[in-house]
Write a protein that binds this ligand. Structure first.
Ligand code: APR
Length: 237
């Protein structure tokens, strides 16, 4: 393969064909609330029940076991295996599908749906059930309430140092299924360009960001095709 160090950024679009709604489907509304008004520390402080209900609906989809990784998630596992340098998959998704597919070197920069966090100590724990509002941690005495282990609007994304370092060393940056609306992820492509990487967008629609290569279509088609092309040494650049 022509590329040595690869960073892949994914967003909700890669999981759409696994049956999970993207964030900006339904005009970004959930039961008439703007997602931006539910996924915030302020909303959790003012109305925790509403916030638990929002995430419970999403957790339930995963807990039902009806959602599984699709061809795009699997193609990224093949790309990681073929990469001879450094590979980092950065996902904005909280759905666990990359992990289920078998991606190894990856970070979930916006947290994970099936984890919870102590509101006091910030300790992170697996949580394979829905929130009932009474859930308490095991780390504090007295036990403290748990919150979703999700990076809300206004909070700092996770793993930023590792991500920025990987982009700085990348010669290929691929963005998949993200609308490019939410920073800092939306700005990663500019850092990749500054680092001298070749930049590629694979998305249903063209985002406002500049990429050297842009392909529009469904992730389950575009991603396996693109991965096959670069593994065969046939990418455009
Ligand atoms: N294949 C490829 N792309 C798709 C598909 C598909 N089958 N279906 C939808 N898309 C594209 C849409 O065209 C859109 O550009 O995926 C993108 C999804 O965009 P968003 O819903 O904005 O999701 P995302 O970019 O991941 O959101 C970023 O915003 O709400 C916050 O923290 C949340 O991580 C999320 C962040």
């Amino acid at each position: 393969m022509k590329y040595k160090n690869i960073v892949v950024l994914t967003g909700a679009g890669i999981s759409a064909e696994s049956g999970l709604k993207t964030f900006r489907d339904n005009d970004g509304l959930w039961e008439n609330h703007r997602v931006e008004d539910v996924a915030t520390p302020q909303a959790f402080a003012a109305n925790p029940e509403l916030v638990y209900a929002f995430y419970n609906a999403r957790r339930q989809q995963l807990l039902n076991g009806n959602v599984s990784p699709n061809a795009a998630h699997h193609a990224l596992v093949a790309l990681e295996k073929a990469c001879e340098g450094q590979f980092l998959l950065v996902t904005q998704n909280v759905d666990n599908l990359h992990q289920q597919a078998g991606s190894q070197n990856m970070v979930a920069m916006h947290g994970e749906l099936l984890k919870a966090r102590c509101t006091h100590s910030q300790q992170i724990m697996d949580m394979h059930s829905t929130f009932d509002g009474q859930d308490r941690c095991h780390c504090c005495q007295p036990a403290k309430p748990l919150r979703p282990h999700i990076v809300w609007f206004g909070e700092m994304p996770l793993f930023m140092e590792q991500i920025v370092d990987a982009i700085w060393h990348a010669d290929l940056f691929i963005s998949i299924g993200t609308s490019g609306n939410v920073y800092p992820a939306a700005g990663f492509v500019n850092e990749a360009i500054q680092a001298g990487a070749h930049t590629v967008e694979l998305n249903l629609e063209s985002s406002p960001s500049q990429f050297a290569e842009k392909h529009q279509g469904r992730a389950t088609v575009l991603v396996p095709d693109y991965v096959s092309a670069i593994l065969a040494g046939k990418s455009q650049n």
